[in-house]
Design a protein around this ligand. Sequence first.
Ligand code: F3S
Length: 408
Amino acid sequence: MRLAPEQAAMLEGRHGWPKQIALEMLVAVGKAHDAPDLIPVRSAHVVIDGLALGAPGLAFLERLVAEGGRFVVPTSLNAIAIDRRHPPADDGERLQRRMLEACEKMGALASCSCNPFIQGIVPAFGEAVAWSESATAPFVNAVVGARTNREGATALAAALTGLTPRYGMHLERERRGGALFEVTAPVAGLDRFNLLGTLIGRRAAGRIPVLAGLARPSLEALVGFGAAMAVVSALPMYHMVGITPEAPTLAAVFPDGVPEPEIVDEAALEAEYRRTASATSRRVDVVSLGCPHASLDQMREIAGLLAGRRVAAGVTFYVHTNRSTLEAAGAAGVLASLEDAGIRVTADNCAVLSYERLPRAAQLATNSAKMALFATTLAGVGIHFGDVGACVAAGLSGQWEGRWNSPG
Ligand code: F3S
């Protein structure tokens, strides 16, 4: 792998330990992917999940600070496992707060969201960036047309050095379509785009999926589709013909010839629904909306659906968002409508990325395939899956009145 003199100096430790260890990581990843060299990135998005990284993660971040580590490109942070509005309640929450403080000392923007796009943190078309969090990469690549691989700790290394190896999504040929899906099922609304996302994530089997036949989705549906696709696959991008910027035509994404389309019909979406909805009774204990974090429009929609009614006794009804959207919702009067109805609006974290655990054997209603999968695998809850209207109605009554997957 070719290194510029400045990069070789970093690798030798002449710019300090933080840059040295970061560059060692980037070179190792680059070599594993046959990257010819390193390229500059314009921004990084870093995951500092205290639940996953724990005490070793904190020790590493604090050592970076102590040894003079500083982020050399604009660096945003993903959702964290606490809501910063509340003082830390235990050692885990204190650890998460210290991780955040360490990153802020290195220059990070404490955006704390899995959906930075609704905060206005958006790269430009064609830019090379290094973004972690599975939900962000598909949006960055597919919707924005910027370029990132699905980064892990390498996003931190990129933040410290401003560099990333040239491979994967940074190469034109790797961004081309690998499989064509003709969607004949009607898909509108966030819940249906989520089901389409997990379906495509599985069926694409590692090939970059190209979807045809769709009407233009909302921003929230594009975020939700990508997050759902990425939670069941390692895919970093997709194309929607006539919708996403690198797919104006089929020929643009299949320059060597357009393959036969695989059909995605209503039966396929129905099977995906059956795979997702796992609740065993109509009871609803928890409602979770805002995965990835809700936009102000989504919060407004939920407030409108409440129509002045209150959440049922015994139901915990979450709406997850980030701090800046929460503040905008406060200024617009939307936050008060939600909280007056008994909804817990969380900022920075969510029902599964939190030190507060979901009760086991609970039944959770959501319109997010990512939340459904995480809540099932991490907390063993049963899932009611449906559109935002069905989820709000369930929160108000404590019963799932929508479609139900039970054989009974
Ligand atoms: Fe975000 Fe939590 Fe979903 S971190 S993507 S709301 S699982």
